[in-house]
Design a protein around this ligand. Structure first.
Ligand code: ATP
Ligand code: MG
Length: 806
C-alpha cells in the first residue's frame, strides 16, 4: 500500500470509506447536510490518483462555485502531498467555457465569444421588445428573460420552440419573435448567455460525435457535487460526457494518433467514464432555475447497476441544531425520511429573538456577535443569512454604527457598476469585434458628441450592407454625418484597432500556440482608459460621484495588474472569462476577519461556527412570491433547512414585528416554519417588551410585552403575539411612520445633512477624536472613513453615527 493510502481513508467512517473505495461505472451518494459528502468526493479523487488508477488529467469534478472548486483542489493536493495539475475541478459553467473556447469554430462561434450576464441580456431584450412594440402586449425584459432561460435549461432552442408553438395565439407568436431575435442578436455578436454555455456544449457534443469523443476519452472519472441542483441541460451534459465511444470513432481517433493505449474494451469501444454524484434532495433550492430533484431519484434508473451509499452521521452541527433541522424538513411530503444525528452532544440551545423592527432585530444580531467575539469566536466564523437582499439595509446600518467588520457577499456587485461595465466594454470590444452591445455602450462614453440618431444610423447602415457594427463604424465617412461626428467615430475605431494590435503575440509564439509578446491585460486597459478619455473625464468632472467612479475604474486597473501577475501568459479573453464567471460565494475571503452577510441561496455548502437566520417571517420565508406557487412553500422550507444546517455550534433565529417593504412599514407575522421547531429547542432570549435597556425610548405601552415562548402559561405564545400585534398596529397608525419607527427602535439618530470632508476633525461618543480620511457614498449613505487618534480606523455612516464635527 502507498504511504498516502492511510491518510486517504483515515478519519472516515465505514460508509464514507466505502464510497471512497468503490470502483464501478456509477455511484450515488445521498445524505443529509454535513454528513461529509463533499469530503468524500475530495478523498475519492485523491485515492484515484494516489493508486494510479487515474491521471489527474482524467478527472473532471464539478462543484457549485469557483471557490468550492479552489478549495477542493487545495484539499486534494494536500492529501496527495503533491500538485495535481491537469485536473479539471470547476463549475459546470467554467468547464463548458473551456470546452467551447477550444471548439467554438465547429459551431460557428468565435473563440473569443463574449459571455453576457443577466444585465446584458435584459438590455438586449429591452431593445427587442421596444422595436417590436411587444410591451403593449405585456412583455417585459425580465419576464422574457426568465422564460427564455427556462427554455434553454430544458434544452429547447428557438427552432424546437417554434415547432411546438401555437400559431393562433398572438402572445405566443410574439414571444417566439422575441426569442428568435434574441437568438439572432447573440449569434451576430458572437455572444452566449449563461444558459447557452451549458446548452451549446450539449449541442456541440450531439452534433459532433468526434469532438465529444475527445472529451469522453479524456475524462475517465466524472464527479458532481450538489447533484440535487442540476437542471436538465446539466443532466444531459453529464450523459454526453459519460457515453461510451463506439468502435468506428475509436478507429478514427486511432488514425489521428490521439488514442490512449489499452483504453478500449473487447469490442473496440471506449467504455463510458465512471460517474460519481453526491446530493441531498432536502437541499434542492434552485427549482426556479430549472433544477430537478428527479435527477437524483431517477439516477438508479438512468444508470442501471449504480451503487448507492447512504451517509447518516453528521460531523458539522450539534444535536440541538440537527433536531431543529430534522423537525422542520419532516414537514415536507414526498421525501425519504432520514434523520441527521451526531456523536458530539446536544450543544447549546437555539437562541430566538423578536424585534420591534428590522433595526431592533439587527441591533440584537450586532450585540450577539460582539458577545461571541469577546468569547473568542472569530468574526470570519460568523455569518448572517437572509432571504432577500433588501434585508441587508437595516443590518448594514447597525453594523456600521457598531463598527462591526462585515462583508456583504454577492452584494458589492463591483462588476455591475456602470463605470466598470463601461471600462469592461472597451476590453470586450477589443477582444470580440463582433460584440455590438459593447460597441454601442462605448460609442458615446465618455461623451464625444455621438447621439442616439447617429447610433441608429450606424446600426441600420450596417444591417442594410451586411456589415457588423464595427465595420459600419469604419465606413462612417460614407454616411454623410458631418465631419465632427465622423471624426469622433473614426478616432474611436482607431483606438480599438491599436489596442487589438497590442494583443497580437509575436510570430514564433503564434506558431507555438503561446501568448508570448502580447501586451498584458493591464497595459491594454491602461491604454484604452487613456486614449478613450474615460478616466480623465471622470477625474475632471465636477460631479462628486464621479470621483468614486474614477476610483472604481482605478481599482479595476489594479485588478488587471493582479491578474497579470498571478496568471503569466494569460490572455485578455482569459481575464474576461474569469470576470464573467465569478459567483456570489466566490467573493468569500476566509483570510479577512469579517462577518459574512449573504442570502440563504448563497450559503449552500458553507459552514460557520455561529449562524444568524434573520427575518423568519411570513412573506420573507416563505417568500410571498413562492407562497402561492405549487411546491413553493416546500422549496422555501428546504431553504430554511439549508440555513439551519450551516451552523456548527450556535444558531440564532430572529424576526421583527414590523418591517419596511416597498417603502411601507407593515406588520410582520412569524414564519409558519418557526412553529415546526420543538419549543424546548429554542430559548427565546429577548422579547421586544423587555428591550428597555437599549435606547430606552420605547413607548411605555410596549414595555411590558412578551415575545414568543415567553407568553406565559397555556403555551399561548403565538396567541399572545397576535394580540400584541393588534395593539401594535393601532399604535403604528397613530404616529407618522418614520418617526414611529425611530421611536420604537430607539437607535436611529439623525445627523441631518452634516457635511464632512477629508481633513475634518470629529468626535465620536465611543471612539473619541479622529480625522476624516475620506468620504464615500452619497446622500443618506455617505460614509466617513475616520482615523481615530486612539481607536484605529473606522467607517461610519454619517447620517446616524454618534459624532460631531469639531
Ligand atoms: P452539505 O450538505 O452542507 O454540503 P456535506 O455532506 O458536503 O454537507 P461536508 O462539508 O463534506 O458535508 O462535511 C461537513 C463537515 O464535517 C466538514 O467540516 C467535514 O470536514 C466534517 N467531516 C466529514 N466527515 C468527517 C469525518 N469522518 N470525521 C470528521 N469530520 C468529518
Ligand atoms: Mg457539501
Amino acid at each position: 500500500p502507498h504511504a498516502a493510502s492511510d491518510r486517504l481513508t483515515d478519519g472516515l467512517n465505514p460508509q464514507q470509506r466505502e464510497a471512497v473505495e468503490y470502483r464501478g461505472p456509477a455511484l450515488l451518494i445521498v445524505a443529509g447536510a454535513g454528513s461529509g459528502k463533499t469530503r468524500v468526493l475530495t478523498h475519492r479523487i485523491a485515492s484515484l490518483i494516489d493508486r494510479r488508477e487515474a491521471w489527474p488529467s482524467q478527472i473532471l469534478a464539478i462543484t457549485f462555485t469557483n471557490k468550492a472548486a479552489a478549495e477542493m483542489r487545495e484539499r486534494v493536493q494536500a492529501l496527495l502531498g503533491d500538485s495535481a495539475s491537469g485536473m479539471w475541478i470547476s463549475t459546470f459553467h467554467s468547464a463548458c467555457v473551456r470546452i467551447l473556447r477550444r471548439e467554438a469554430e465547429a459551431i460557428g462561434l468565435s473563440s473569443t465569444f463574449t459571455i453576457y450576464d443577466s444585465a446584458d441580456t435584459r438590455t438586449i431584450l429591452k431593445r427587442i421588445i421596444k422595436e417590436l412594440d411587444a410591451d403593449t402586449m405585456g412583455f417585459t425584459p425580465a419576464g422574457a428573460q426568465s422564460k427564455i432561460s427556462k427554455l434553454k435549461n430544458e434544452l429547447s432552442d428557438v427552432e424546437t420552440y417554434a415547432r411546438n408553438a401555437n400559431t393562433n395565439d398572438p402572445h405566443e407568436v410574439m414571444f417566439l419573435e422575441i426569442f428568435r431575435q434574441y437568438t439572432r442578436r447573440l449569434r451576430d455578436a458572437s455572444a452566449l448567455d449563461f444558459d447557452d454555455l451549458i446548452a451549446e456544449t450539449v449541442y456541440l457534443f450531439r452534433a459532433f460525435p468526434k469532438v465529444a469523443a475527445l472529451y469522453q476519452r479524456r475524462f475517465r472519472h466524472l464527479l458532481v457535487d450538489e447533484y440535487q441542483d442540476t437542471n436538465h441541460a446539466q443532466y444531459a451534459l453529464i450523459h454526453e460526457l459519460t457515453r461510451p465511444v463506439d468502435p468506428m470513432i475509436v478507429a478514427e481517433l486511432d488514425a489521428h494518433g490521439v488514442l490512449v493505449q489499452g483504453m478500449t474494451d473487447a469490442s473496440g469501444a471506449i467504455p463510458g467514464a465512471s460517474l460519481t454524484v453526491v446530493g441531498d434532495s432536502d437541499q434542492s433550492i434552485y427549482a426556479f432555475r430549472g433544477a430537478d430533484i428527479r435527477n437524483i431519484s431517477e439516477f438508479e434508473r438512468d444508470f442501471p447497476g449504480a451503487k448507492v451509499v447512504l451517509l447518516e452521521q453528521n460531523y458539522r452541527s450539534t444535536q440541538n441544531i440537527l433536531s431543529a433541522a430534522n423537525a422542520v424538513i419532516s414537514h415536507n411530503f414526498d421525501r425519504k425520511d432520514k434523520k441527521l444525528w451526531t456523536a458530539d452532544g446536544d450543544g447549546e440551545k437555539i437562541t430566538g429573538y423578536t424585534g420591534y423592527t428590522a433595526h431592533d432585530e439587527a441591533q440584537f444580531v450586532a450585540d450577539e456577535i460582539e458577545v461571541l467575539h469577546r468569547a473568542g469566536v472569530a468574526y470570519r466564523d460568523i455569518a448572517v443569512f437572509y432571504r432577500t437582499n433588501a434585508q441587508t439595509r437595516a443590518l448594514e446600518e447597525i453594523f456600521v454604527r457598531s463598527a462591526l467588520p462585515y462583508r456583504v457577499v454577492g452584494g458589492t456587485k463591483f462588476y455591475e457598476r456602470a463605470e466598470i461595465k463601461d471600462a469592461m466594454a472597451y476590453l470586450i470590444a477589443v477582444a470580440n469585434p463582433l460584440d455590438e452591445l459593447a460597441l454601442r455602450r462605448i460609442l458615446n462614453t465618455p461623451k464625444r458628441g455621438i447621439g442616439p440618431a447617429t447610433e441608429t444610423a450606424l446600426a441600420s447602415f450596417g444591417e442594410q450592407n451586411a456589415l457588423t457594427f464595427r465595420q459600419a463604424m469604419r465606413a462612417a465617412d460614407g454616411l454623410g454625418l458631418g465631419p465632427k461626428v465622423t471624426g469622433a467615430i473614426t478616432k474611436l475605431a482607431n483606438v480599438l484597432d491599436e489596442a487589438a494590435a497590442m494583443l497580437v503575440p509575436n510570430a514564433e509564439a503564434i506558431a507555438a500556440g503561446t501568448n508570448e509578446g502580447a501586451a498584458k491585460v493591464s497595459d491594454v486597459l491602461a491604454f484604452l482608459l487613456d486614449r478613450s478619455g474615460l478616466l480623465e473625464t471622470l477625474r475632471n468632472s465636477r460631479d462628486p460621484q464621479d470621483e468614486t467612479r474614477a476610483e472604481n475604474v482605478e481599482e479595476l486597473l489594479a485588478q488587471t495588474k493582479d491578474f497579470d501577475r498571478e496568471n503569466p501568459g494569460a490572455t485578455l479573453v482569459d481575464f474576461l472569462t474569469q470576470v464573467s464567471l465569478v459567483a456570489a460565494a466566490d467573493e468569500l475571503d476566509d483570510a479577512s476577519g469579517t462577518v459574512s452577510l449573504m442570502t440563504l441561496h448563497t450559503a449552500k455548502g458553507l459552514e460557520y461556527h455561529a449562524v444568524f437566520l434573520t427575518g423568519i417571517e411570513e412573506g420573507l420565508l416563505p417568500h410571498q412570491m413562492s407562497a402561492t406557487e405549487p411546491g413553493g412553500p416546500a422549496e422555501e422550507r428546504r431553504l430554511f433547512y439549508v440555513g439551519i444546517t450551516r451552523a456548527r455550534k450556535r444558531l440564532y433565529l430572529s424576526l421583527a414585528m414590523s418591517r419596511a417593504q416597498f417603502g411601507e412599514v407593515a406588520v410582520a407575522m412569524p414564519s409558519r416554519y418557526l412553529q415546526e421547531i420543538p419549543e424546548d429547542l429554542i430559548d427565546w432570549k429577548q422579547s421586544p417588551g423587555m428591550a428597555t435597556s437599549r435606547g430606552g425610548t420605547q413607548p411605555r405601552a410596549l414595555n411590558a410585552r412578551r415575545g414568543p415562548g415567553q407568553g406565559g402559561a397555556g403555551g399561548g405564545a403565538w396567541g399572545t403575539r397576535d394580540r400584541d400585534l393588534d395593539r401594535f398596529s393601532v399604535m403604528k397608525s397613530a404616529a407618522p411612520k418614520a418617526e414611529w419607527a425611530n421611536k420604537v427602535t430607539g437607535t436611529v439618530r439623525d445627523n441631518g445633512d452634516l457635511t464632512l470632508e477629508a481633513g475634518d476633525r470629529i468626535r465620536h461618543t465611543d471612539f473619541g477624536e479622529g480625522r476624516v480620511m475620506q468620504v464615500t457614498g452619497e446622500g443618506t449613505k455617505r460614509i466617513a472613513h475616520v482615523a481615530f487618534d486612539t481607536a484605529g480606523q473606522k467607517k461610519l455612516l454619517i447620517k446616524i453615527a454618534p459624532i460631531e464635527k469639531l
